[in-house]
Design a protein around this ligand. Sequence first.
Ligand SMILES: Cc1cc2nc3c(=O)[nH]c(=O)nc-3n(C[C@H](O)[C@H](O)[C@H](O)COP(=O)(O)O)c2cc1C
Length: 164
Amino acid sequence: MDSELINKVTWKIPNALTLVGSRSGDDWNAMTTSWVTQVAQEPVLIGIGVDKDAITHRLISEGRSFTVNLWDAENTRPFVKFSKPATKEGMALNGWSISEGITGAPIFDDSIAWMECTISQTVDCGSHTFFIGELVAANVNDDEATPASMSDTRMKYGGTRRGH
Ligand SMILES: Cc1cc2nc3c(=O)[nH]c(=O)nc-3n(C[C@H](O)[C@H](O)[C@H](O)COP(=O)(O)O)c2cc1C
């Protein structure tokens, strides 16, 4: 199939835009992630698609957990910064303050809502792994705010790999 068409079509999927937190020992990270969805109700399972080359992939594989942080659609600036490995200073990633979840993974204090999951299944999807996590903790910090979506930005993710 024509890769331009694949891009055009898949970029139309109206994904959320989130920050996925991960941690292994002293290594903490968060990355801009759009491939996020609930996949079951009993148990409550959340799936995320993570590039095998991402630091986040290693940290989730080792730490066996992740967080999904929903962000205010009015403030999409952090997504640019978090599309590169994050810098940790004290309890902050790229200057955004974090707390340690019950699994050890980072939770953003400024998220409008967050979910914390422990890995229940790891599905090999080629370039990416679909990590399926069971929800173990969650909170809504701001019930009024609208969660950010890809369409709130000019960013794109998905389609075919460049150079592939
Ligand atoms: C808008 C946007 C959405 C993204 N969505 C995903 C995603 O769902 N899964 C993924 O693996 N990488 C995604 N990325 C790419 C990662 O944010 C980027 O490769 C990051 O550097 C990898 O994270 P790392 O810090 O763990 O290496 C996205 C990037 C952008 C700009």
